[in-house]
Design a protein around this ligand. Sequence first.
Ligand SMILES: Cc1ncc(COP(=O)(O)O)c(C=O)c1O
Length: 413
Amino acid sequence: MSYMKCLKSKGTGREYPKEALYVCEYDFSPLEASYDYAAIKKNLTREKIEKGPRSLWRYRDLLPIDGEPTVGLHSGFTPLVRARLLAEELGVKELYIKDDSVCHPTWSFKDRVVSVALTRAKELGFTTVACASTGNLANSVSAHGAKAGLERYIFIPYDLERGKVLGSLVYNPNVVAVRGNYDDVNRLCSEIASRYHWGFVNVNLRPYYSEGSKTMGFEIIEQLGWKAPKHVVIPAASGSLITKIWKAFKEFEQLEFIEGGLNTSIHCAQPEGCSPIATAILEKSEHVLPVKPYTIAKSLAIGNPADGYYAKDVIEASGGSAAIVNDDEIREGIRLLARTEGIFTETAGGVTVASAKKLIERGSIPRDESIVLAITGNGLKTQEAIQDSVGEPTMIEPSLQSFEEKLKPVRDI
Ligand SMILES: Cc1ncc(COP(=O)(O)O)c(C=O)c1O
């Protein structure tokens, strides 16, 4: 049973068949999955969701597949943790971490989008899948595609972190490093997609792929006891995650699943070396102007964001704001989250934590309102970013004397 009716142009509203299509031929705007919400409202309840699997597939009725899920059966439904120590440091009352640094199997929220994209790719008959990636998507397509028995082509910029490259190679796909930045890789992939008719998860399968990000939003509301937070801080590259967390909130609102209704502001977090969306917000500009990225937050290094304008609309419509943080602030954000909450996030998470700090200090997020930080990836993949700023172990000889001399420990109890 599927509630997905068709693909719909975000610009003209024209309807398209549920195929591997992604752009409206009238105004070149993206296509988006559209559902029969009246039927969903009749059949879907909060109790039904709560009885579902402990994975992103508990929201299957709101996802764009026709049959049963076949990929990512253990992805999603990651922890939402109350962050009391970080809240104390930031001087706020009610703070939560949505922790996708532990999403299975490749430790980023991309395991959500890929689970949906590859399930749909198989339904549409693709046997070869591909992606253009800043690293995490590459890892996820490589791993999920391996388990699904699919041929894989993974296109990445040549200068990604070693952990991200290795985290794709180990699953034995075709990894192609392109001498250029992500925007060059993406352009090349559009050409390859039209010539080879593979299932490019973020090109011709993008309407299905992007819907996977909604599950992060669904989980936030369900895990807060079917309540919406007042603020969510979300890192942005293409801007898709921002638009889809918002779409999830709006869908739950429409289904009347949210106790107390929806009054959430969405805030955008971007690094100084690549902040086209945040800059447009802060400068109150009508335009999201492309940039040439230069930042340690390589997962967010998309200079020409596909969903930039839509993300900007969401931030403005929800009464949110944006923050831009530099490389030192990103490193400090990573260390702060680790030392207060025991969560080791990658550079994108450092951007989120550092941006939240700025938004709070600036008064864009009041200190007495509930806040969720979207922590989207794992720090073990971007070790280069902080290797020079976390110190070294204390070196001792293998003797009690050396231990006591060097550390001057104090006995407990
Ligand atoms: C860890 C991480 N967080 C956030 C993002 C941003 O996602 P989006 O392109 O949907 O804005 C990415 C994108 O690759 C990412 O890898």
